[in-house]
Design a protein around this ligand. Sequence first.
Ligand code: GLU
Ligand code: ZN
Length: 348
Amino acid sequence: MNSMSHLAKIAAELCPLGEDRRRPVRGRFAPSPTGYMHLGNAWSFLVCWLAARKAEGTLVFRIEDIDPDRSKPEFVAGLVEDFSWLGLDWDEGAGKQGAFGPYTQSESTGIYEQVVEALQKDGLVYPCYCTRKELRSLASAPHKGDYGSAYPEICLNLSDVERREFESQGRRGSMRLHCDKDAIRFSDVLHGDCCMSWKDCGGDFPIRRSDGVFAYQLAVVVDDIRQGITQIVRGEDILHCTPRQVYLYELLGCTPPEYIHLPLVIDHEGERLAKRHGHFELRKMREQGISAEAVLGYIAYLGGLQPTCSCIDVHGLLNEFSIDKINTHPLKLEKDVIERLKELSDGC
Ligand code: GLU
Ligand code: ZN
């Protein structure tokens, strides 16, 4: 691999606060406007707010609308409304001024482009012409066991002639980030020291799709760096993405933030909350007369943040908050959670 000069240059521009940025805490809400906020998101954002506010830190609100196929502008207003309803405030972005904008990913593509270019010039990425169909058939091939479901680096060693051949057929490549390391280490406040194999995390991954859309992995790291984020609180479902992000930090010469990957909220059957759980959307609950204090009290109780299932607001939770109270097991909703929340609201 070539020298890191291009990356080093862009990294110096990206880190606005230098390494001093580690104090005080800067946390972030980073919702994707692909739907309305449900109980699972409310749990993650609540702890994100509590951890930052307990440390008397700053909270950034970033709109992660990098994927144009999934993001809808109408959800942005809905999300902002839901945060405000819960009482979760922020200091920069989403209607607030700040020195580290843009706070919306669709307005930040020029910055991602520069980073991809630097990675390219330093020889750390390569074009991949595999189609989804080809990759799917590989994944179901009988010899799959050889490389799990990781990208088998088919396009890593294409010659220039082969690359031109693909391009002349009108195939547009994605850009994959290559990693020579077998494993990536990082630490998480709730999970301790983690060491995950690059292959188990999917192997070399696209930082830009073949249609030109920048990948979440790239956008999130570039934004977290340029906005001086020091603390990331999010669901455990993203834990397996963290090695990819930690590797990007390493390439950009920046210290990764403090990670807090939270147990997930699951329904009474053990399923992760998804689109089909529309009834767990905060706005639907609000329409049914459920109060924010009931929602907060209920999830805080399930998560270990308060000893009884009773109404409470964010300031009440903040008084008693400490990260080591958080349960390590998932937050399992009872079957008639909506009824339970209605009852609780009546008593608030
Ligand atoms: N925007 C991502 C999501 O809503 C979260 C990214 C992150 O917290 O790193 O799933
Ligand atoms: Zn390929």
